[in-house]
Design a protein around this ligand. Sequence first.
Ligand code: ADP
Ligand code: NI
Length: 214
Amino acid sequence: MKKSEIIEKTIDFARNKLQNFESGHDFWHSYRVWQLVKKISSEYNFLDFLVIEIAALLHDLTDRKFNNNSRKNEKIIYEFLISAGIDQENIKKIFYLINNVSFSNKNNSKNISDELKILQDADRLDAIGAIGIARAFSYGGYKKREFYNPQIKPKYNMNKKNYKNHKSTTINHFYEKLLSLKDGMHTKIGKKLAIKRHNFMFEFLHTFYQEWNL
Ligand code: ADP
Ligand code: NI
């Protein structure tokens, strides 16, 4: 199969699997991460882009927030990759990327592969800036969280369990996570894009408080 055909097939598969997902984690999130991955990859000229592109399109299919049976999903993805003619070595690489991209894995070490750096940067870029703001409020709404509550202060340095269980506001999520993403960027293009998006979130928060505290 030609690369473009494999990508086409992967897009169809991802779009189908991500139907009716919360709008911050739907197919369009995967699509944007795929676009970002291609943009960031231009910094590197020696990588196997097909593996990263496929991982970008499939990276959220096993997310435990939305799937209580991620084992079963892994099997479906595996079978899909076989049907698309991907060999075992590349399948292994794709699963390594999908399983390690998440923020909550705290896999921030500098020893990760270049492919994972690109995918992590792309996924995190989509969590900040104007789109990041939209996604945060979409997810907050899905979880029935308040936009803001002056009495609930942000909690810093939570461990993985507390991070998942902590009931907070969406505005607090900016302090607990989103405003720290800029400093964890691995790639040059990622850093550049992150600064722009970060500053926009900062401006948004400023205006939000101005409107709140008349
Ligand atoms: P990851 O899958 O990389 O661990 P998440 O799924 O937690 O990261 O975050 C993905 C998106 O969901 C981000 O855009 C993030 O802002 C949003 N999100 C996650 N947790 C919250 C929250 N508590 N409040 C608002 N948005 C959230
Ligand atoms: Ni994602």
